[in-house]
Structures are given as structure tokens and as C-alpha cells.
Design a protein around this ligand. Structure first.
Ligand SMILES: Cc1ncc(COP(=O)(O)O)c(C=O)c1O
Length: 457
């Protein structure tokens, strides 16, 4: 018998004395590389399949030449900027390209950095807002002990972390059934002289909707004219930053609005790169307070750095550049349009399946959400449906909406590159089968609260 404190090695592989390894303690001796590989490889077969993971926004496949490039670069540390000068130069080119895509007035001069993902980028954006506000207040001889930041109740968790970690009061603008996105009037109602900025989410994690950055900016312009309060906007475009420039090029949400001072995006979402890359760009160099930048001499040379992490893999940066070269604007358009077509197809079919009411249809970012029609059944709910879909391998999250709408549970599919029309057909077939099974139940499924896991990214 193997105790749960030990993991066993397949008899085909083990040598004497090596048939088990402790699970929670580092083994005293090592093992052959094949054995270590096989043990981990076998265990990972229990993970879900990335391709069927409809919960994540993050890229799960790239083409083989990208994989080759990844394998060539995984041993380079991005922070070794003097040692890997071409990698550094490529990172800089990516920054300029993104700044240009988002209409920075000076894409070749402005500041920006690559990050591990949008979470780090948002922290940096928030810090810059806080520092800018502190400087202004100090100049005016006013206290700086009570900063606040304004965002919607549907904000991604990183902003709640930001507020908590950096001692900034979060001020929520609650979304409601009638106002599913942050409303400019409600934004103005919570702003005061201690507000360091407004965060507008461009591609809300819960629903995929774009918040109305332009109208929020106009409302803040008017506030400035009437009160003198100059409140900057940070756009959290984790998903939308690589969708809108291609699918909604006429939408004004970026640095075309002078009030938008910084924008972040996840390169590993609709930037189409493997997990581990985000970007933040400031509108102009002056919008990033100079005293947040450190100059490091022990890397060789005098290297400016502004990031929470020091060492980081460089492969994802190279893959971002690969995608920019490989796809160009036309290619990004084609890829995102294909995802959006699949989203529309899902929406059209799902709304014809009896129990569902579609809430968002993928016309902003390609994300489709739906709820169970009120009063449809008391025998099952969307959590049960999520479990049923898992029996086919599909991972589709069900979760409650944020405060004021938390009694509404929704289900969400994120359509990403690789979720083809063919897979969508198969998914819809399995969805219908799952619904038929649940509809055939004669009494309610016993409810196990511990299973109400909500997967949000
Ligand atoms: C709006 C928004 N902001 C930030 C994040 C965090 O992004 P990352 O996973 O790249 O750190 C997400 C993730 O889904 C998001 O949707």
C-alpha cells in the first residue's frame, strides 16, 4: 500500500530503492530523469485539456514556429538587458508598436514596460496614479494620507488587490441590471479631491462588455471645467486592448482621449502569446513619474527599470514580436474576427435552447454570457450544468455577478483563437445533451455548496 504521503513510480521505470518518492518532503536521493519526467507527466494527464478550457482568456496554443522560437529563448532572462541587447531592442519595438496602435501622441518617445501579465501592469498603472496625485497634493501643501481610486463593482480582482496592498481606498460604482457598465454620473458621484484616478475596464471580465471610456472622459472633462479637479483615467484593456484596434477601429477609448494617461493589456490574452506577458504604456513620457524609475548599475551599464519583478522569462516578449511580424494588423483582424464569428454563432444557437437568456453576445470582446430564464426550473442550476459539461471535457464557469446583482448567476464562454467553428458545433451538441439530461431529472439535484467554484480570469 502506498500512503498518501508518497507517490509511486511506475514499475517499468524504477530502480531498487526508488519505487516511491515522498510527496511533501524533498527526497533524500534523486532519481533518473526519465523517472522524474514520467511521474510528473502521468500526474498531469489529470489536468483539464487547455483547448477545452472555455474559462480562460489566456492563449493555449501557438503555431510550431512560435514554439521553436520559445524553445530557443527560454534560457534568457529578460532583465539581463546588457547581455541580451537584441531581446531588449525587440521589447522596445513591441512597446512602440503598441503605443502606436493605441494612438499615443509620441509612440517613439513615450514610456512603457512589459510585465508578467495585466495584473503587474495594473499595479504599476495604479502606482503611477498614486504618485502623480501625491506630488500634486504636496505642491499644493495638501494632505496625502487618504487617496481613493474609483472603479466598477465588476472590476477584476487585481484592482481590489491594488487598493489593499498600496493603501488606497477603493470606491466602487455598482453595476445594476439597467446599467451593466460603470455609468459616468455614478462615477462623478464618488469622486473628490483625494481621487487618484478612475479605472475603466475595457472588456469586463464578468461579461466581456466595454465600459464607455469616452463618455466617462467627457464627464471628467466637465468636472474639471466646473471644479478644477483633474482626474486621470487608466484603461484596463487586459482583453480589449488587442481586440478594439482591429474589430472596432472607430471606437474612441485610447490615447485619442487626452484624459487617458495609461493603458494595460495582456499579451497572453488576445495578444495571442503563451501565458506570462502583459504590457503597460503611458500616454506620454511625463505621465510616468520619473521617481518611480530605478536605474540599476549591476547589470552592466545604467539600466532603467520600473517593474515589480526583476528576473523574468524573455521568450514571451519574443513571441509577442513574432505575432506582430507574422500577423500584422491584417492577420490580427482575421484572427479576432474568426473568434467573434464563433461567438456570434454560439449566441444565436444558445438563445434558441429553451432555458437560456443570452446576456452578452461577443460584439465587444468575443465573450458570450447567458443566464437561466427566471422560473425555468428548480431542479438544476448553472453550476450543475457546468458539472455536466465537464463530463464531456468542457470547462465552462458559472458564477454570480458582483454586488447589487449577485443573485444573478451567469455562465461564460471566452472564445479564443483555436476555438474553431468545428469545436463550437461539438460544444453546442454537448450543451444540448447536458440540458436534456438535466431536464429529464424528476427532482432537484442535491446542492453541494462546496462545488460552487467560480472560475474567473
Ligand atoms: C479586466 C482584467 N484586468 C486584469 C486581468 C488580469 O490579467 P492577467 O491574468 O494578465 O494578470 C484580467 C484577467 O482576466 C482582466 O480581465
Amino acid at each position: 500500500m502506498i500512503s498518501h504521503h508518497k507517490t509511486s513510480i511506475n514499475p517499468l521505470y524504477f530502480r531498487n530503492g526508488e519505487e516511491t518518492a515522498p510527496r511533501f518532503r524533498m527526497p533524500d536521493q534523486g532519481m533518473l530523469p526519465e523517472n522524474a519526467y514520467q511521474m510528473i507527466h502521468d500526474e498531469l494527464t489529470l489536468d483539464g485539456k487547455p483547448k477545452l478550457n472555455l474559462a480562460t482568456f489566456v492563449t493555449t496554443s501557438m503555431e510550431s514556429s512560435a514554439d521553436r522560437l520559445y524553445a530557443e529563448a527560454f534560457n534568457k532572462n529578460l532583465i539581463d538587458k546588457c547581455e541580451y541587447q537584441q531581446t531588449t531592442s525587440i521589447e522596445d519595438r513591441c512597446l512602440r508598436m503598441i503605443a502606436d496602435l493605441w494612438h499615443s501622441p509620441r509612440p517613439l518617445k513615450t514610456m512603457g514596460v512589459s510585465t508578467t501579465g495585466s495584473s503587474e501592469a495594473c499595479m504599476l498603472g495604479g502606482l503611477a496614479l498614486k504618485r502623480r496625485w501625491q506630488k500634486e497634493r504636496k505642491k499644493q501643501g495638501k494632505p496625502i494620507d487618504r487617496p481613493n481610486i474609483v472603479f466598477s463593482s465588476a472590476v477584476q480582482i487585481v484592482w481590489k488587490k491594488f487598493a489593499n496592498y498600496w493603501d488606497v481606498e477603493p470606491r466602487y460604482v455598482n453595476i445594476t441590471p439597467n446599467r451593466p457598465c460603470m455609468d459616468p454620473e455614478d462615477v462623478l458621484a464618488v469622486i473628490d479631491e483625494n481621487t487618484i484616478g478612475v479605472v475603466s475596464t475595457f472588456g469586463v471580465t464578468y461579461t466581456g462588455l466595454y465600459e464607455p471610456v469616452e463618455t466617462i472622459a467627457k464627464a471628467l472633462d466637465e468636472l474639471e471645467s466646473s471644479t478644477g479637479l483633474d482626474i486621470p483615467i487608466h484603461v484596463d484593456a487586459a482583453s480589449g486592448g488587442f481586440i478594439a484596434p482591429f474589430l472596432q477601429p472607430d471606437l474612441v477609448w485610447d490615447f485619442q482621449l487626452p484624459r487617458v494617461k495609461s493603458i494595460n493589456v495582456s499579451g497572453h490574452k488576445y495578444g495571442l502569446v503563451y501565458p506570462g506577458i502583459g504590457w503597460i504604456i503611458w500616454r506620454e513620457a511625463e505621465d510616468l513619474p520619473e521617481d518611480l524609475i530605478f536605474h540599476v548599475s549591476y547589470l552592466g551599464g545604467n539600466i532603467p527599470t520600473f517593474a515589480l519583478s526583476f528576473s523574468r522569462p524573455s521568450a514571451q516578449v519574443l513571441l509577442q514580436y513574432y505575432n506582430f511580424l507574422r500577423l500584422g494588423k491584417a492577420g490580427y483582424y482575421e484572427v479576432q474576427r474568426a473568434s467573434q464569428s464563433v461567438a456570434y454563432f454560439l449566441k444565436l444557437t444558445i438563445q434558441t435552447i429553451g432555458p437560456f437568456e443570452v446576456l452578452t453576445d461577443g460584439s465587444d470582446i468575443p465573450v458570450v454570457t447567458w443566464r437561466l430564464k427566471e422560473g425555468y426550473t428548480s431542479n438544476w442550476n448553472l453550476y450543475n450544468l457546468s458539472d455536466q459539461l465537464l463530463t464531456f471535457g468542457w470547462q465552462v464557469p458559472a458564477y454570480p455577478l458582483p454586488p447589487d446583482m449577485e443573485d444573478v448567476t451567469i455562465m461564460r464562454v471566452v472564445v479564443r483563437n483555436g476555438f474553431s467553428m468545428n469545436l463550437a458545433h461539438l460544444f453546442l451538441k454537448n450543451l444540448q445533451q447536458a440540458v436534456s439530461f438535466l431536464d429529464s431529472l424528476e427532482s432537484p439535484i442535491p446542492h453541494d455548496m462546496s462545488c460552487d467554484i467560480s472560475i474567473r480570469h
